[in-house]
Design a protein around this ligand. Structure first.
Ligand code: GLN
Length: 193
């Protein structure tokens, strides 16, 4: 198994380290040539979604990545990655990969409460998962019944799945609990079986 990790900006190294610990080969996507390598899945890290969209556009990566996800490539987006996957922001269409039927709220917790830790259940994946939120978004609502809500913290949706697409508002790569990455690997295996 080979997982592509979008490495334009943000917390991509931590995702690579977790996957490597779990015995999965990774490679970084920094330009179109990297993206053309064979891959079984993609991780979109946290960082700054506006910068990531801008870079994806200028490097000619936005369209091919979007197409691959629409064709079924398993994807896991965390924090800014979740924002990139969302079709809407505050009820309006947004610019990005726009492959997930979710409406997001960015920087939902304000500057003062920008970063915090929580522990929450992720349905079918972990009972008490440590969650690190950094200027995190949350999901206002699912836009289609295909979206499964996996976790809510303080009444806000923070983890969702839509078929082969998985997204969290928090950063699972910044803790030592690797349940979500393990789950993603299982999904990749299941989808390629
Ligand atoms: N607030 C950032 C954004 O809007 C996301 C923060 C993160 O990925 N940790 O892109």
């Amino acid at each position: 198994m080979r997982v592509a990790v979008l490495a334009l900006q943000g917390a991509f190294i931590e995702h690579e380290q977790v996957l490597q610990k779990l015995g999965v080969e990774t490679f970084e996507v920094r330009q179109l040539q990297d993206w053309q390598q064979p891959k079984d899945a993609l991780i979109i890290p946290g960082g700054e979604s506006t910068t990531q969209v801008h870079l994806l556009n200028s490097l000619g990566l936005l369209h091919p990545i979007r197409q691959a996800i629409l064709e079924g490539l398993p994807v896991f987006g965390t924090c800014a990655g979740l924002i990139l996957l969302a079709k809407q922001e505050d009820g309006h269409p947004r610019e990005g990969l726009c492959t997930m039927d979710i409406d997001v709220c960015r920087n939902a917790y304000g500057r003062q409460l920008g970063s915090f830790q929580a522990t929450g259940e992720v349905a079918g994946i972990a009972d008490k998962l440590p969650m690190t939120f950094i200027r995190a978004p949350y999901v206002h609502r699912a836009l289609s019944p295909e979206v499964e809500i996996l976790s809510e913290v303080d009444g806000r949706i923070v983890a969702v799945r839509q078929g082969h697409q998985l997204a969290t508002a928090f950063h699972p790569e910044l803790t030592t609990d690797h349940h979500l990455h393990q789950y993603f690997i299982q999904q990749i295996n299941r989808l390629s079986a």
